[in-house]
Design a protein around this ligand. Structure first.
Ligand code: T1G
Length: 688
């Protein structure tokens, strides 16, 4: 089917972009628009044109899958310029979403209408680029320099109503977008309205220094937002044509950055993780009623997340007081969601939530999520009770963060219906969900978990059964590398600074203080039985714990929180750490990052090799959405490919000269380097 259709009725030419699923501006669509504009220009039967999108949206932007390949004529900027230069008026009739190049096509039109519910935005900076088809020059001419700068450097879409207030569109339509677009065109014809090129408008200058300072403070190494600001400022400094040329120059510069490659990888990886061969054609079971067992922080968070997704929730606690406490926690979470505009009063009033103490209340639940104490004995007892009361076909899920899901499943008569749903705290905020697939888990149950995740606005990643699944298993390894550096002489404060400089929001010791040093201590105790004689124990961490320094929760840990939650370096902590040190060597920030990342990549390679993660991209998505990995670097595996796996392996081998117990190269890493291959090659292989 033609990706761009042209039809004329009552002197109005309707040009329809039809390129499912998002009407992306592929080469065929660009060529189709180019030809349609030529046809309209020569068409004596048409006095005005309306451009609109087929299906659920206007146009979702340039075709991101074409990035990195040589651009093919007609380029999008030329297509937009051709629309604007048309001698007859052109209207954009917008519905669903108009994003990036999609909105830029609309800006090239002379008039713009959107129907309620439409989102209009220029999200290019989230892909490491900037609006490259005139958006940085035309948007300021419609909404003013400051509003355009905020919209483009933030990348956040606006509603149709806001777009009207700003001047981005001219009219709010009602109902069917095609009818609304035709009606607007008729009105314009009746008014004798002609072409109204956006590029011909003036744009007043504005002082954007505060925005620039804000972007510099928040950028954390990202280049696109500040470069996009440069392009927008050019709109007030240069004539239109020169402004377009400057935009193109800056766009091309960003297209060549590794950040663009990282952010595009992240975009597609987030969509690829739910594409698993084992569940491709498997229909999920219906889930409307969810049971949550345990109303602590995690259980209440999971219940909140399910309620926000419109699911009916019954939470079970061991006694009335605990049930009431859970009810209060959920209510507080929902209050916050309302304050943040994530929940309106009507939706909240329609919610179905109950906190009870009797498992019998779960007989109709479609799925249960257990979030009780991390004890195998307790969990097996809970699963036994769930198995006894829940209906056939109901799914029994555990939120355990490291226990063996196979062992939990064996406590039931229905191991095929048992799965792990590892939420990350706070469960109603964090998007990552590790779907832990046990040996007996049925494909339909896996498919149901992924469908539930999508409904809850989560990004689900399939994980195999091991201690820590994907994220925590890898975290444990690179955290050990950091601890070794502290034992050898590095300051935890320097390590945190170096890791923040790499782009993480927090360093490992700040994370420890946030999570609680008691958690770390309990984990070390749990693993002590399996410890190897050559494992190096971070005795400084135990010393801090025994000194009652549990982190933020006790007012001090590695940092002193007596003044505020930000925390300050603490001489007392430094003293306790120095006493436990086994070495006095210094480290550069660069070496700290190299060791930290080499340990992360090495264990991640083992996780992929063991099949705990299906592909390297699954590890990337886990770290982007669960561990604060800087998004513009694409995830650990994409970053490792960009560094060169040979360099990572060389580092590991160099570090092994001092410690060949901890630094043992992962066989997969050695094999890929020997073959001259990379992690991306494994992602592609998994696609076939
Ligand atoms: N190009 C190519 N494929 C795209 C795409 C795009 N712009 N947008 C989505 N897809 C694919 C996606 O990979 C998935 O594929 C399917 O479409 C459904 O996507 C010059 C250069 C539009 C809000 O950043 O935000 O324009 O997995 O699951 O939830 O200035 O897609 O089915 O194989 O996300 O309904 C700017 C990106 C580009 C918008 C729809 N535009 N897309 O959400 O569907 S840069 C964007 C989205 C640009 C110009 C510059 C969303 C959506 P598959 P989906 P959705």
């Amino acid at each position: 089917m033609d990706p761009v259709r042209y039809d004329v009725q009552d002197r109005i030419a309707v040009i329809t972009v039809a390129n499912p699923p998002v009407n992306a501006l592929s080469h065929a669509v660009r060529a189709g628009l180019w030809d349609a504009m030529a046809r309209f220009g020569d068409d004596d039967a048409a006095d005005i044109a309306v451009i609109l999108g087929d299906g659920r949206l206007f146009i979702g932007g340039a075709d991101i899958s074409e990035f990195g390949k040589p651009p093919v004529d007609p380029w999008l900027p030329e297509v937009v310029n051709r629309i604007e230069a048309c001698a007859k008026p052109v209207v954009a009739a917008i519905h669903g979403t108009a994003l990036g190049g999609g909105l830029e096509v609309a800006l090239g039109c002379h008039y713009r209408l959107a129907v309620p519910g439409t989102k209009l935005g220029l999200p290019e900076v989230s892909l490491g680029i900037l609006p490259g088809a005139g958006g940085t020059q035309r948007t300021p001419r419609l909404v003013g320099l400051a509003a355009a700068a905020k919209m483009i450097t933030g990348g956040v879409p606006v509603s149709a109503e806001t777009a009207l207030e700003m001047g981005l569109i001219d009219r709010l339509g009602e109902g069917d977008v095609r009818a609304a677009g035709r009606a607007y065109a008729e009105d314009l014809l009746a008014q004798g309205a002609g072409p109204r090129p956006t590029g011909a408008r003036d744009v007043a200058g504005a002082d954007l220094s505060d925005l620039r300072a804000d972007l510099e403070r928040k950028a954390r190494g990202q280049v696109a937002p500040l470069t996009a600001l440069d392009a927008v400022e050019a709109a007030a400094r240069l004539p239109f044509e020169e402004g377009l040329a400057e935009e193109r120059r800056l766009f091309r510069h960003l297209m060549d950055t590794p950040q663009r490659a990282g952010l595009i990888h992240a975009f597609f990886a987030e969509r690829a993780v739910s594409k698993l061969p084992g569940i491709a054609d498997v229909a999920p079971r219906d889930v409307a009623d969810v049971a949550v067992i345990g109303g602590g922080t995690m259980g209440s968070g999971i219940a909140t997340s399910a309620l926000l997704a419109g699911l009916r929730v019954t939470l079970v606690e061991r006694d009335g007081d605990a049930a009431e406490k859970a009810r209060a926690t959920v209510a507080k979470n929902l209050d916050t969601a309302e304050t943040r505009g994530k929940l309106d009063a009507a939706s909240r009033a329609a919610m179905s939530f109950d906190a009870v103490t009797d498992y019998a209340a779960l007989s109709d639940a479609d799925l249960a999520i257990e979030a009780v104490f991390e004890s195998m004995e307790v969990k097996r007892e809970v699963f036994g009770r769930l198995d006894a009361v829940m209906k056939p076909g109901a799914i029994l899920a555990t939120n355990t963060s490291y226990l063996d899901v196979d062992t939990i499943a064996a406590a039931t008569s229905r191991p095929a219906d048992v799965i792990g749903l590892h939420f990350f705290s706070p469960a109603h905020i964090m998007k990552l969900l590790e779907v832990v697939v046990a040996d007996a888990t049925a494909p339909e149950v896996i498919a149901t978990a992924f469908a539930l995740a999508k409904r809850m606005g989560k990004i689900a990643v399939r994980a195999g059964v091991c201690d820590g699944f994907i994220g925590n298993r890898i975290l444990s390894h690179y955290r050990t590398a950091a601890d070794h550096m502290v034992l050898d002489g590095a300051s935890p404060y320097q390590i945190d600074r170096a890791i923040r400089g790499f782009g993480f929001a927090m360093g490992p010791y700040q994370v420890s203080d946030l999570a609680g040093l008691d958690i770390g201590y309990a984990t070390r105790q749990r693993k002590a039985a399996d410890a190897h004689p050559r494992d190096r124990v971070p005795t400084f961490a135990d010393a801090l714990y025994h000194a009652g320094r549990l982190g933020q929760k006790s007012g001090a840990g590695y940092y002193d929180y007596s003044e505020d939650r930000k925390g300050r370096e603490d001489p007392e902590a430094a003293r306790l750490i120095a006493e436990a040190r086994t070495g006095e060597r210094s480290f550069t920030d660069a070496e700290i990052v190299r060791r930290y990342m080499a340990a992360m990549i090495n264990e991640a390679a083992r996780v992929v090799e063991d099949g705990i993660a299906a592909r390297p991209l699954d590890v990337d998505v886990v770290f982007l959405h669960g561990y604060g990995f800087p998004r513009h670097r694409g995830g650990p595996m994409h970053w490792a490919d960009a560094q060169g796996l040979d360099r990572i392996l060389a580092d590991i081998r160099a570090f092994a000269e001092d410690d060949d117990h901890f630094w043992r190269p992962a066989p997969l890493l050695e094999r890929l380097v020997a073959e001259g291959a990379d992690f991306a090659s494994l992602n592609r292989k998994a696609d076939t």
